[in-house]
Design a protein. Structure first.
Length: 210
């Protein structure tokens, strides 16, 4: 079974409901919700993951928070328990989400495959190795590291090509936008299994980007 086939729509729905319940419980009680044994037993395998909060029906600039772990260091249930709250109150780009706002926010969950270093003899080879809509990217140079999820270049009618995606990933790492052309810059790719609410508290759908 491939990584992308590991999670069913039912499982994605359970995880997204858990993320939303956790956020709303925290905003009401200032503490995270206790993790049900069913979720602990079912989702104990280690994965990297991101939780993204978007404003519902906001086409122009919907992002309201996005936090995650790249590496598969923790159990998936533990990761979601942590990052769902972090996406709501710790994203430094935004003020904390209020409980009232949650009625106008849709949640997206990205479960990540382990990052793989793209090995090339010429940096132009990145343009053929990376597939828009399939791959997320990490740019790394020295202590600087930046990540963009696979959905970023295609969401909200961006329609980026590979070179644009590479440039934005480098900028996310606080590097020059052309740093991907330098041999000292490492580029990693990964994939994501994506689930998203159709509307706040609405049905959960699995997103396919290819």
């Amino acid at each position: 079974m491939s990584e992308e086939d590991k999670f069913s729509l039912e499982e994605g729905t359970i995880l997204l409901r858990f993320a939303r319940d956790n956020i709303e419980f925290f905003l009401k009680n200032n503490r995270r919700i206790p993790i049900p044994d069913q979720i602990k037993n079912k989702f104990k395998e280690k994965y990297g993951a991101f939780v993204t909060l978007n404003r519902y029906n906001d086409i122009g600039n919907p992002l309201r928070g996005c936090i995650g772990y790249i590496e598969p260091t923790y159990s998936l249930y533990d990761v979601i328990h942590k990052i769902s709250i972090s996406s709501a109150i710790e994203d430094p780009r935004f003020p904390s989400v209020s409980l009232e706002e949650m009625d106008n926010i849709v949640i997206e969950l990205s479960i990540l495959t382990p990052p793989k270093l793209l090995e090339v003899s010429d940096t132009k080879e990145y343009l053929d190795k990376i597939v828009i809509g399939r791959d997320g990217l990490i740019a790394e140079k020295g202590m600087r590291r930046g990540l963009l999820l696979p959905q970023v270049p295609v969401d909200h009618e961006r329609n980026w090509d590979v070179e644009t995606f590479l440039s934005h990933t480098c900028s996310k790492a606080w590097l020059d936008s052309n740093a991907w052309k330098e041999r000292s810059t490492k580029i990693y790719s990964f994939q994501a299994i994506l689930f998203e609410e159709e509307k706040p508290w609405g049905n959960v759908v699995r997103k396919y980007l290819k």
